[in-house]
Design a protein around this ligand. Structure first.
Ligand SMILES: [Zn+2]
Length: 138
């Protein structure tokens, strides 16, 4: 794994974002050399500062900036869900919002999942109180 200092040498702080100023992939994402290969910089950032990316997940930039590698702006997400949507794994803030929504009359698990862009599996676990923030996979 690339050293944090070395990784951060390729970053410029721009209005709350860590913007990658190192070399780039043709897709417009930053690229970082780590573990003997070139990798998307935001994925490397996530693993360096947050933790492992769940198997088969990609890392989403919530601020939609392809060069942003801010750990707090990165979220692992499932590639494709039943509605053809890209799902995200709910964090603490989203879990609270989902719990609140589930208490509203006439709410269904399916509707909440769709509105929050998360899987019905996760909503069901939140409803049952068995959801573990930061430990959930697909
Ligand atoms: Zn950002």
């Amino acid at each position: 794994m690339i050293a944090k200092e070395k990784f951060l040498a390729n970053i410029e702080y721009v209005r709350g974002h860590w913007i990658w100023i190192g070399s780039k992939l043709s897709s417009g994402y930053g690229r970082a050399f780590s573990e003997g290969k070139m990798q998307p910089a935001h994925r490397v950032s996530y693993r360096l500062f947050v933790g492992e990316i769940p198997e088969g997940f990609y890392v989403l930039q919530t601020c939609k900036n392809r060069l942003c590698v801010t750990p707090g702006h990165l979220k692992p997400a499932q590639p494709i869900g039943p509605f053809g949507l890209k799902f995200s794994v709910p964090d603490a803030e989203k879990v609270r919002a989902i719990r609140k929504r589930l208490r509203e009359p006439g709410t269904t698990v399916e509707k909440v999942a769709k509105d929050f862009n998360v899987s019905t599996h996760h909503v069901t676990r939140i409803q049952q109180g068995t959801y573990r923030i930061g430990r959930e996979k697909a």
